[in-house]
Design a protein around this ligand. Structure first.
Ligand SMILES: *Cc1c(COP(=O)(O)O)cnc(C)c1O
Length: 232
């Protein structure tokens, strides 16, 4: 899959080549697809290698882990973009608004209120994506496709800067139907950003319109296997 003998910059070059080729063959501008480096659980050396290779857009799953990792690095990196891609608890909304440029996991009314209050208090306005549970999996985060339009309207009414949608398709299913559904939801709500596609399916996601693919394993190699807590 991803030979560990390859360096991160070699893996990155190969991924970029595949991303660009896929975009072109789908009639899309390669510059319209951003690689989000998913750095969760990676050691500091891996982050430094990613930065040295020129990556500046990072996805983190947990607010606290991201704070520990980025608070000191950030001042030297004016073009860094941090994206929260893991579940967010309302009581961490303020920390998330303070740290992240983009919050990809807004999936319920309660969080609309918490993020609205946090951005008002801090005078910051992160961009927001709505996470959609396209497979309607009971254990998975994300708003149901039935309720997503109402949540988008409510987030907009609360002055949140909603710019797109995000999804993680069910692991055992063919992802393209889920990507197509997410693209349809974005289009009918006038949203531009589509965060979909991970290491195993990013080419399919790009074919269906992804503007952001979130890559962990393909870029960094296998993560260590420490189980992650179920929420940020
Ligand atoms: C871990 C994670 C990824 C990256 O997964 P890979 O298969 O390692 O590329 C992408 N998105 C989210 C939300 C994740 O939690």
């Amino acid at each position: 899959m991803t030979p560990s003998s390859q360096s991160l910059s070699e893996r990155l070059a190969a991924i970029r080549a595949r991303m660009d080729a896929t975009a072109r063959t789908s009639g899309r501008d390669p510059a319209s697809v951003t690689l989000t480096a998913v750095s969760k659980t990676q050691p500091p050396e891996a982050i430094d290698a990613a930065l040295a290779a020129g990556l500046r857009v990072f996805g983190e799953n947990r607010v606290q882990e991201a704070q520990g990792r980025w608070t000191d690095r950030r001042p030297a990196l004016s073009d860094l973009e941090l994206r929260l891609i893991g579940p967010l608890q309302s009581n961490k909304a303020e920390d998330a608004v303070a740290l992240f440029d983009v919050i990809e996991t807004l999936d319920r009314e309660k969080l609309v209120g918490a993020l609205g209050a946090a951005q008002k208090k801090l005078g910051l306005r992160p961009r927001v994506l709505i996470q959609v549970n396209t497979g309607e999996e009971p254990q998975k985060a994300g708003v149901s496709p039935r309720d997503v339009d109402a949540l988008i309207a409510s987030a907009r009414a609360a002055d949140l800067d909603v710019e797109g949608v995000m999804a993680i398709p069910p692991a055992e299913e063919e992802p393209t139907l889920h990507f197509a559904l997410l693209a349809k939801i974005a289009a009918r709500n006038g949203l531009r950003v589509l965060s979909m596609g991970m290491s195993s399916d990013y080419e399919a996601a790009i074919r269906l319109g992804a503007t952001h693919v979130r890559l962990g394993t393909a870029l960094f190699g296998e993560r260590n296997t420490t189980p992650e807590p179920s929420s940020a």
